[in-house]
Design a protein around this ligand. Sequence first.
Ligand code: GDP
Ligand code: MG
Length: 712
Amino acid sequence: DVQSLGESGNGSKVEKGGDASAGRAESRVQVVDEHQNFTPKLSRYLDKWGLLDKGFAYDVVAVFGSQSTGKSTLLNRLFGTSFDVMDETKRQQTTKGIWLCPSTYSSTLVMDVEGTDGRERGEDQDFERKSALFSLASTEVLIVNLWEHQIGLYQGANMGLLKTVFEVNLSLFGGSAEQHAEGLSSSSHEKTMLLFVIRDHVGATPLKNLMETLTQDMEKIWSSLSKPDHLVSARLSDYFDLSFSALPHKILLPDKFEEAVVNLRKRFTDRSRPDYVFKPVYHKRIPADGVAFYMEGIWQKVLTNKDLDLPTQQELLAQFRCDEIAAMVLEAFQDASKGVRRPVESGSVLDGLGGMMNDWRTTALAKFDKDASRYHQAVYTRKRLDLLKAIDNALAPLFMGQLKNVHKRCVATFRTELVDGLKGEGYDFGKVVKEIARRVEKDFIERAEETQLKDTDWQFDDELALLRDDLKLIADQCRVDETKKMVNAIERSLRKQLAEPVEIGLAKPNAEMWDNLLRVFRAMLDKSEEVYLAKAKSRDCPLFGRNSKANPGSPLGFNCTEEENTASMSNLRRRAWHHFRAKVGEQLSDPAILAKLKNSFEDVFRYDAAGVPRVWSPGDDIDSVFRHAKDETLALIPLYAKIKPKDPSNAFTLPSDASVDASLDPDADFDFPSTLIIFSETKKLDLENRFKRDADAYYVEAKRSVVSSVAQ
Ligand code: GDP
Ligand code: MG
């Protein structure tokens, strides 16, 4: 009596399993429930089972067969799973749906389908078809479970089931007519193993005979399928490998059953066996971390009765997963790089920024490659490019920011070091500038190169050019200041040197007086100009000059321009002249010129030719001596009145036009010829009159001295 045997045998087994029922509930998931809803928890379960990171290193097996043929019992024995088994005492149906549970013996997902067998219960075959589609889309091995006595009953329920499996398989893996025409589908379709497990094998009919019968039945079913045009010549073996196994009666021969199950298990776990079932060709190539999304997508398609072809599904899966992985990778990347954004924005120059950026980038790509490269290659490659672009777009502002900050720092360094370098005396302006600029520029280039990521189109040529422009501006300004300083120094010394010769020259008036003075002035000016030019040459520093090998063709330089030199020299000349003229003016001021006239008059009138003071006696011709002395002295006034050399080649002139740079020359609108005039016509008359009064006084005094000497 099977019934009672079942109670004692199988019933105890269920109870044994029931001890661990709490743990069992955790260890399986109802992927599709009785209301045909897909679980949102699949990914979480896969993670918990340690399968999420397996990549392709996992397998999927599913079972098909009529109701209550011991499917769940078999799976539990074979894989150590915990699927519900019909309670023998109540003969109750187990819950309808699709269940997943991990094998305890290997990284294998085991799929149990409950309630497929609608025809036996008088239900429609809708769920049967749906679950067949669903399991074929991911399964490598489909166990077809059947009683020995069902074999050969071609009209039997399970034969209808297999017909459904074949039809569904064609729609999944058969490819489209177009693909077929292009020769794409023939090699790209995936194969599945059908493993027939014959239950309650009594042994009267050898397995070999059962296999033959089953194979023939399969071929019959296959040929009876109405296939689409492009698949008329397709063979069963193009899509399925058939394999067989028989198990003794579980309840009547429990030990034999157990022994056979352990043997059968080896086919699922021992890779070295020739009959190992999980051959790579059967793998549906869904990375483990994509399984949940993929299965859900398949189930949605199944539900909505949309066309379901796997290549499209896999591409969709790849897009979704690659996006998901990229988003995760990007988030980690943003987290890692977040810390440097603020400092870069606020102007800091970060050491080793390039190295850090490179690390973040390589890490992100490596993470992406690890998870995403398993998916559809074209999609993966495309998404990788997108990710790289996103990363580089996020990093580029850091690069530009760093360049900006380095630029600022270089300019500041250049400025302070220039100030330091130009302290004290005796430096060579050109050398100092050149040296500092070279150092600063080297620093900039090193920083920029460190921050520049390889295999990007990032450049810093423009920024380097900008830096050079700025350095040049600073150096130019500095040189202008230097030039001013230098011109001032030269001018000061010229002024000092001029004082004495002018005093002496004007004290001894004669016809060549101006010739001599102008020659002296010219000689001193020439010398000053020489000094200026010598110094200007030292400031002449073609930093990024035309001859520099490092920067060929760079037009930048710190050398003084011809124009600048011309302006400075003209300024120097003008100021020198100004000082000369001022000194002359000072020496010929009213009291000074009157004293000079008086001296000159006295020299003739009060001393004789031998320099002996005259003592007038009554016979002396005072009048003619007086006239002589007066005329000679009066002749000096026009001589002093205008700077006019006897020999015109000694003349000094300055252009009085406005071509001189006004910034270098404070009195740009001066009129040179007017500076040659010392006394105007009225001034001359005034001086004459004042002198005549003095002279007349001497005359009267001389006359009186004669009268008094006679009277004594
Ligand atoms: P399923 O509906 O195909 O999953 O079948 P179950 O695993 O729930 O088992 C249905 C019934 O068959 C249970 O009462 C089991 O005790 C019984 N059963 C399980 N394995 C065997 C077997 O090898 N031979 C026989 N005769 N009965 C079995
Ligand atoms: Mg079951």
